[in-house]
Design a protein around this ligand. Structure first.
Ligand code: G3H
Ligand code: ZN
Length: 286
């Protein structure tokens, strides 16, 4: 069924695992993610950025696509459709009205008071509709959807500010930027685990780890043990997909039917998602 993230993340936090947010880029991602979740009996969050939604034809198209696939597949596991890095109250409201079951309001580039004010507005609307909300403080480094954040070090979230934001807004989960990066890491990631522990103690809500691509398993496990109950992955699925497309096209230079390269690459996305579900411990938890 389609659900918000609230119950799935609270359960994950209590039981010591994380639910993956896997980003959708087109139809094949929705298929691969839903197939993986059902096979693994895992709850799943389908992340949709504003750019990805636009690419697909808008929020309504995304919701209709996921809903009809769930019907066609007979999906039994909990699925959340989540707006990833929502850029404004208006975008969050549009997603909610289109049927998204969860939204992230990312006002992390704003001063703290504005971030809190916008997040609070989104929570008021979302909760009326049974929709869950994620907020962010500090900046996740790297590049995603044209948002470039240069110096992740300077952007570590401050625990006391995190406590205030969560308390004043009533968000369901919270992403403190603690050194994670969108896209591949340059060298080993340097996550602020001491701060993560502090933020977990101060806020009490499930934490979210962005930039899940390229984080070593030991760091994933440590983050989960410190209250990270949602981990976002996009780039790794994209890399698996494109590598397969390249291989298939290189081996078959005369090939032109898109199903012949998108099909096998969809299976690679699915394999990647299954691997993450096992790593995060969400398999068999639905
Ligand atoms: O919000 C999306 C994620 O944080 C994805 O990060 O592309 O590095 O896996 P990633
Ligand atoms: Zn992110």
């Amino acid at each position: 069924p389609l659900v918000s993230m609230k119950d799935m993340l609270n359960k994950a936090k209590d039981e010591g695992y994380a639910v993956g947010q896997f980003n959708l880029n087109n139809l094949e991602y929705a298929q691969a993610i839903l197939q993986a979740a059902e096979e693994e009996k895992s709850p799943v969050i389908i992340g949709v950025s504003e750019g990805a939604a636009k690419y697909c034809g808008g929020f309504n198209v995304v919701v209709a696509m996921i809903k009809s696939l769930m019907e066609a597949y007979g999906t039994t596991v909990p699925v959340a459709i989540h707006l990833d890095h929502g850029s404004s109250f208006a975008k969050c409201a549009q997603a909610i009205h289109a049927g998204f079951t969860s939204v992230m309001i990312d006002a992390s580039a704003e001063p703290l008071d504005d971030n809190i004010a916008w997040t609070k507005k989104v929570v008021e609307l979302a909760h009326l509709h049974g929709v869950s909300v994620e907020a962010e403080l500090g900046r996740v480094g790297g590049q995603e959807d044209g948002i470039i954040v240069e110096d992740a070090e300077a952007a570590y979230a401050i625990p006391s500010e995190c406590e205030r934001l969560v308390r004043e807004t009533g968000v369901d989960c919270f992403a403190p930027a603690l050194g994670s990066v969108h896209g591949p890491y340059k060298g080993e990631p340097n996550l602020g685990f001491d701060r993560m522990e502090e933020v977990q103690k101060l806020t009490g809500v499930p934490l979210v780890l962005h930039g899940g691509t390229g984080i070593p398993t030991k760091d994933i496990q440590r983050a989960i043990s410190l209250g990270s109950a949602k981990i976002n992955v996009n780039t790794e699925s994209q890399m698996a997909q494109v590598q397969t497309v390249r291989e298939v096209l290189a081996e078959n230079p005369d090939l032109y039917d898109p199903r012949k390269y998108l099909g096998p690459s969809r299976d690679k996305i699915k394999e990647t998602v299954i691997g993450k579900m096992r790593e995060f411990g969400s398999s068999q938890k639905a």
